[in-house]
Design a protein around this ligand. Structure first.
Ligand SMILES: C[S@@+](CC[C@H](N)C(=O)[O-])C[C@H]1O[C@@H](n2cnc3c(N)ncnc32)[C@H](O)[C@@H]1O
Length: 299
């Protein structure tokens, strides 16, 4: 990990590390600029990050020292949701958009240990995720990784690899964890979520997590969210901490499952979770919803 002392030696060492890392980075990958999946990897304690990512992460940590706990809470939430969908809701195919770098507890591992043979397609627009994800392909022919952009939902649904693995006449678990907050308002994230769900049959599920700004109800948390939003936009060029109403709009026309849209550790917690008692987690929320199955009327 980089030394963040403000002296020249530390800076030189950081530059040397960055130079060495550039040589090892996959072709075409710019390691001089911070990148969403790698900053997140750093927060999770991973090793697939570079000096620019760690510098950005240090800035974020000054505003939100509990960011690593939030990132972990997000992965735990993802784990509970995937286990629920595979083991209890009978979902046998998952489309995980904005899947990120492989980490501890990947979707295909959780889903397939709950229900063998479950198919999983990972989608990300980051070439580094694709490079690391290919390692998964060697071990499991029911899992694949596709490079595509959420801002073009029709291209995702029409992608030959997606079509090869997923049957769109059967329910799909659509996972969009920590990605919609990287879409700007004018990219219409709620419209994109609706278009994605429009491609899936009744009985499909939408599960997501999202940065949250609680507004005047929690003024200190709201101030922190605005500051984090500014830093993310200045460094990564994206990041929107949305209001509860804006996030609920993603679920229009769907049946929200209990307990609704909540701070991540509050969604059906189980005993293995590591949520820290002193942290409010109000800046990161999530929910799961089901596309209604058409009711048959009385005969
Ligand atoms: C913070 S990571 C989340 C990883 C994982 N879903 C999780 O919650 O643990 C966000 C991921 O979304 C990807 N991403 C951001 N914008 C995207 C877009 N427009 N299309 C596809 N992937 C995108 C990033 O490359 C990154 O890997």
């Amino acid at each position: 990990m980089a030394d963040n002392r403000a002296d020249g030696a530390a800076d030189n060492r950081a530059d040397n590390v960055a130079g060495g890392e550039r040589e090892q980075a996959p072709r075409g990958v710019d390691t001089t600029k911070p990148n969403i999946s790698r900053v997140y990897d750093f927060m999770l304690g991973g090793k697939d990050n570079y000096e620019a990512d760690r510098r950005m992460a240090q800035l974020a940590l000054q505003i939100a020292p509990d960011a690593p706990e939030s990132a972990r809470a997000n992965r735990e939430f993802l784990g509970r949701v995937v286990r629920f969908l595979a083991a209890e809701a009978g979902i046998r195919q998952f489309l995980d958009i904005g899947s990120g770098l492989p980490t501890l507890g990947n979707v295909h591992e959780i889903a397939q240990s709950a229900a063998g043979g479950t198919r999983v397609v990972y989608v990300d627009n980051d070439p580094v995720v694709l490079v690391h994800g290919r390692a998964l392909l060697a071990v499991d022919e029911t899992t694949t990784v596709v490079k595509a952009d959420l801002r073009d939902p029709d291209a995702i649904v029409g992608h030959p690899e997606v079509r090869r693995l997923l049957d769109f006449s059967r329910p799909v678990g659509l996972l969009m964890f920590a990605i919609l907050h990287h879409l700007a308002d004018d990219e219409d994230p709620a419209g994109i979520a609706a278009r994605m769900m429009g491609h899936l049959p009744p009985g499909s599920y939408l599960a997501l997590s999202h940065f949250h700004n609680p507004g005047p109800a929690l003024p200190e948390v709201s101030k922190q969210a605005f500051t984090a939003e500014r830093i993310f936009n200045e460094t990564l060029g994206t990041g929107r901490w949305r209001t509860r109403e804006e996030i609920l709009a993603y679920f229009d026309g769907l049946e929200l499952l209990e307990p609704g849209l909540v701070p991540l550790p509050e969604w059906r917690p189980d005993s293995e979770d590591t949520a820290e008692p002193g942290i409010t987690y109000h800046t990161f929320v999530g929910a799961v919803a089901r596309k209604p199955v058409a009711q048959t009327g009385p005969v």
